[in-house]
Design a binder for this molecule. Structure first.
Ligand code: CAA
Length: 258
């Protein structure tokens, strides 16, 4: 397996784990972290033996944002020419379902990384925010667009314009977080949820994620058309026949990923 400098990578059953590992910087997302996460997620995404990915950090920080020290001296032109956060879109586009297991700070790029995932499980210690306004900038990894879609205009505007943090309870109430769990249970809950997902048929997981993404990106009529075609296409998979036969025969389905 590839060597990574800033993350730990592990496979448990059909679940791929990516753990951010820059404790000295509260897992701040520098260019190496971006390269490592994108590379690891791409390897998992290309592997039929993987049905779900978990991204997590430490107890203290999921990630405290993009690396401020790396960006500080750059000019606007350099940020454009580097396409400083450009590779993150490859992470957002993996077809395998991704769970963010968030404990501690998920700020700026950390909150934005969580929002690139499909499910956000939060420890009761988690804190979310887009504090970029305090640095004289704005969210730069999708926060100004994805946070509105998650929590609505007024909550997103308040968070982005004041830079304040919200705790896990408020984040769940606002629709940013799928579920809050006691901090001590976070990784076990992430593992259980990921294993449940990974036990399903791969073609239907890919289709479900593509349909969910389409809902975020298109008007309703276009999304409904997409869903109709993808739903029908799944009837040509062996797993659809197996899933429905298993229901009729009152037994658990055994999916092959075909
Ligand atoms: N970038 C670089 N280094 C960071 C960092 C970041 N985003 N966040 C924390 N660190 C470093 C600190 O500089 C410190 O390093 P040193 O010991 O070498 O000084 C170390 O991590 C520990 O941090 P603190 O001592 O500050 O820890 P704390 O417990 O006192 O505070 C915190 C924790 C409130 C999260 C605070 O670290 C903080 O405010 N961090 C920055 C949060 C932020 O502004 N994030 C947005 C970044 S910009 C961005 O993300 C742009 C985008 O949209 C993509």
């Amino acid at each position: 397996m590839t060597d990574y400098e800033t993350i730990l990578v592990e496979t448990r059953g059909r679940v791929g784990w990516i753990t951010l590992n820059r404790p000295e910087a509260l897992n701040a997302l520098n260019s190496q972290v971006m390269r490592d996460i994108v590379a690891a997620a791409s390897v998992f995404d290309a592997d039929e033996a993987i049905g779900a990915i978990v991204v997590t950090g430490s107890e203290r920080a999921f990630a405290a944002g993009a690396d401020i020290k790396e960006m500080e001296s750059k000019s606007g032109l350099e940020m454009v020419m580097d396409d400083h956060f450009g590779q993150w879109s490859r992470f957002a586009e993996v077809r395998t379902p991704v769970i963010a297991a968030v404990s501690g700070y998920a700020l700026g790029g950390g909150c934005e990384l969580a929002m690139m995932c499909d499910i956000i499980l939060a420890a009761d210690t988690a804190k979310f925010g887009q504090p970029e306004i305090n640095l004289g900038v704005i969210p730069g990894m999708g926060g100004s667009q994805r946070l509105i879609r998650a929590v609505g205009y007024y909550k997103a505007a308040e968070l982005i314009l004041t830079g304040r943090m919200m705790d896990a309870t408020e984040a769940e109430r606002s629709g940013l977080v799928s579920r809050v769990v006691p901090a001590a249970d976070l990784l076990a809950e992430a593992e259980k949820t990921a294993a449940t997902i990974a036990s399903k048929s791969l073609p239907s997981l890919y289709a479900a994620k593509a349909a969910l993404d389409t809902a975020m990106e298109t008007p309703l009529a276009e999304g409904l058309r997409f869903e109709k075609h993808v739903f029908a296409a799944l009837f040509d998979t062996a797993d659809q026949k197996e899933g429905m036969a298993a229901f009729r025969e009152k037994r658990a389905a055994e999916f092959e990923g075909r």
